[in-house]
Design a protein around this ligand. Structure first.
Ligand SMILES: [Zn+2]
Length: 428
């Protein structure tokens, strides 16, 4: 050890031990020191010691208060700098409430509008963040009514705390009314009807708390009883301004925070207990058909061939590459021996999903999920190897890699009840 680069920190030793240790000639150090960018302490940080965080974030906030940034630019700032810095600190410390309050105050345009922009930007683009929260925290419930569980993360609980603020900015476009919650979304100028009419609302209007706006309309008529309070009269007055019947196929714009059947259809196939994160992530991208296949790249105008790198006979689309290409079919055949084949070969992605889901037992379903994710990951990896490194290997070799990894995955989880029977099934 180098005396000049090393400092001595002593805790819980008596004087004679201290004397013995210091005789080696190391200088005493004092806390806090900075380690990996964090102040390192033997006790909780004082509010004043959060100063570096405050200064850094204040500078970021000020740079946007110059108003030179476009909305997109501000969003980028929020997503990268602000969230990044806060996440960095919260990964190591629990931020005291005071610090959080100061942060909220120091944002000149306040968190609210930015929060709204953040949501708006995530509506029509796949967001790992939103999908993950939908599957982890919402599981079929409304974002606006769900209660925080003690096991939820700090960040998620803070987000739930911000709901009253967010509500002011999340106005729902009614559309066909099938995705707009009657009581919880803001679809009239009266605000959230639950708070406007009060807790007695569902009983007096005879509309259950989980109802969608569409449920209260019968063709060209609102299906509501006569108003019995001034506020109900106000609501009726507004309803007369809405043209009925509601349009058939227009979706509203804040549906992202409510579970939808469309996005629910694959969530359980992507995220489940015991999945390998890199496999899940790859599967998530594939589910949105966002893998940069050649046909997608060519469609963006890149001067490349769009043909499949394995067979050269077809365009390289997700469904061809991963499901119907002879190369992948060879691998699937091996998987089907162990996981039972579908009634007919996969014609498209949704057939893969339904094959996984119609498994006759939960064990088989779990095995199909694991095998499909591993297959999709390995084939995509080999496809990249072939294109970028000109490494060509037979499909059987790729399957051997999948086989080996799947055994490792199952073996590493054999003490879990759900994984225990899988090895026997896979090794048939
Ligand atoms: Zn092909």
């Amino acid at each position: 050890m180098n005396n000049n680069k090393t400092e001595l920190f002593i805790s819980g030793v008596d004087q004679s031990e201290t004397a013995a240790i210091t005789s080696y000639g190391f200088p005493y150090g004092t806390l806090p020191i900075r380690y990996l960018g964090f102040p390192l302490m033997s006790r909780k940080l004082k509010i004043s010691e959060y100063a570096p965080l405050m200064v850094k974030l204040n500078m970021s906030f000020q740079s946007w208060s110059a108003k030179l940034l476009s909305f997109a630019g501000r969003l980028q700032l929020l997503k990268t700098v602000i969230f990044g810095t806060v996440t960095f600190w919260t990964s190591a410390y629990i931020l005291p409430k005071v610090v959080y309050a100061k942060l909220s105050l120091s944002a000149p345009v306040s968190y609210g509008p930015m929060f709204k922009v953040y949501l708006a930007a995530t509506v029509n683009t796949p967001s790992l963040w939103v999908d993950w929260h939908q599957s982890t925290h919402l599981t079929g419930q409304s974002f606006w009514t769900i209660n925080a569980a003690p096991t939820d993360s700090w960040a998620w609980r803070k987000l739930l705390d911000l709901r009253p603020l967010a509500l002011r900015f999340c106005k729902s476009q009614l559309g066909n009314g099938k995705n707009t919650s009657f009581w919880h979304d803001v679809w009239t100028p009266l605000g959230q009807l639950r708070s406007f009419i009060g807790d007695a609302g569902p009983r007096s209007l005879r509309v259950r708390t989980t109802a969608m706006v569409a449920d209260t309309v019968t063709r060209s008529r609102w299906n509501l009883p006569h108003p019995r309070s001034q506020r109900e009269v106000d609501l009726h007055a507004y309803l007369t301004t809405i043209n009925l019947p509601l349009p058939v196929d227009v979706l509203n714009n804040v549906e992202v925070l409510r579970p939808r059947q469309a996005s629910q259809s694959w969530v359980d196939v992507v995220w489940f207990k015991g999945a390998i994160p890199k496999h899940s992530f790859n599967m998530w991208v594939a589910n949105y058909d966002r893998l940069p296949t050649r046909s997608r790249l060519a469609a963006w105008g890149l001067p490349i061939t769009s043909s499949c790198p394995f067979c050269s006979n077809f365009d390289e689309t997700r469904d061809h590459l991963l499901l119907s290409c002879e190369y992948s079919v060879t691998i699937w055949r091996e998987i089907f021996i162990r996981c039972h084949p579908p009634a007919s070969p996969f014609a498209n992605w949704s057939e893969l999903l339904s094959w996984i889901r119609v498994a006759t037992s939960s064990k088989l379903k779990l095995l199909r999920k694991l095998a499909s994710q591993t297959m999709v990951y390995h084939v995509w990896k080999q496809r990249n190897n072939l294109i970028h490194n000109q490494t060509s290997v037979p499909a059987a070799t790729v399957f051997r890699g999948i086989d080996r990894e799947l055994r490792n995955i199952i073996s590493a989880r054999r003490h879990r009840k759900r994984f225990d029977p899988l090895m026997v099934m896979w090794l048939r």
